[in-house]
Design a protein around this ligand. Structure first.
Ligand SMILES: NC(=O)c1ccc[n+]([C@@H]2O[C@H](COP(=O)([O-])OP(=O)(O)OC[C@H]3O[C@@H](n4cnc5c(N)ncnc54)[C@H](OP(=O)(O)O)[C@@H]3O)[C@@H](O)[C@H]2O)c1
Length: 261
């Protein structure tokens, strides 16, 4: 571990994997979380196999194994990137069983919200950056994406609320106690949250989306076309602003950004 440590969910593929590699090359230590092990091999990397939809397991792992005592004494900057998510079930409402809806909300919404709070409350005196991977689907309705749109919209609102907590109730968040918005020195410990829309990225999530039926997803053609015509963004090309945010000062408690804007 080093001065800069980042916990990234979903490092076995796609955006999370690309971000982990970029941070490792920039001297961060990274704790990656996913169900599969993945292929990252680096001295600064530690992988934790965890199903983030298993909320009891998540709570147990982080409360027992990942508090301030788990970080090196010289750690000054801590990042949390809530990246793991699923786009499934892709189907009209009423078609997928209720258990599937619940599983997606646990992964896309409940675990990231709980992790944000756990990090903001557990790491006083650290400079904390939280990034939540959002989507255009959080803001625009797409037929077939009831669960994805709704779960991402809820996470986006939770990011905004955390920004508001930092401003209105910093005493409830030990990490925010010394944030610039609370009127203290920015170097003493600060917190900021970024809601980031990465664009349409060439990852296994996109490949899975191309395999759904037209009957369930009227927008299928658009995504097939983007893939066919080379219109997908490479994972390593969409992560620059995330890295900048993780490494930069807490200019404001809450920031919303979209790739390319
Ligand atoms: N790709 C896009 O076009 C796009 C567009 C907008 C937003 N996003 C967002 O960007 C983020 C990353 O997406 P991606 O395209 O890179 O997806 P991806 O390639 O499918 O990767 C998803 C990652 O999440 C992990 N994951 C999935 N379910 C998990 C679970 N139950 N427990 C633990 N880890 C789990 C996966 O690992 P395991 O399977 O090994 O568990 C994998 O490492 C997501 O939040 C997505 O909503 C993507």
């Amino acid at each position: 571990m080093t001065e800069k440590t980042c916990v990234i969910t979903g490092t076995s593929s796609g955006i999370g994997r690309a971000l982990a590699l970029r941070l490792l090359n920039a001297g961060w230590s990274v704790v990656g979380i996913s169900r599969r092990g993945g292929d990252i091999s680096h001295d600064g990397y530690r992988h934790v196999r965890l199903d983030l939809a298993d909320l009891e397991a998540v709570e147990e792992y982080f409360t027992r194994n990942f508090d301030a005592g788990a970080l090196p004494t010289d750690c000054r900057r801590l990042g949390l990137v809530n990246n793991a998510a699923c786009v499934q079930p892709v189907a009209p409402p009423g078609k997928p069983p209720m258990a599937e809806l619940l599983g997606a909300f646990k992964l896309n919404t409940v675990a990231p919200i709980w992790l944000m709070g756990h990090f903001a409350r557990s790491f006083a005196n650290l400079s904390l950056r939280i990034v939540n991977l959002s989507s255009g689907a959080a803001h625009k309705p797409y037929a077939g994406w009831t669960v994805y749109c709704a779960s991402k919209a809820a996470l986006s609102m939770a990011s905004r609320v955390l920004g508001q907590e930092i401003v209105e109730n910093p005493a409830a968040l030990p990490t925010a106690g010394a944030s610039p918005s609370a009127g203290a020195s920015p170097s003493a410990g600060d917190i900021a949250v970024l809601d980031y829309q990465p664009g349409v990225v060439d990852t296994p999530m996109q490949a899975g989306l191309r395999a759904v039926s037209r009957e369930d997803f009227p927008h299928l053609e658009r995504f097939l076309g983007l893939h066919r015509n080379g219109g997908l963004i490479r994972p390593e090309d969409t992560i620059g602003e995330i890295v900048e945010f993780l490494e930069g000062p807490a200019r404001q408690p809450y920031t919303e950004k979209r790739f390319g804007d």
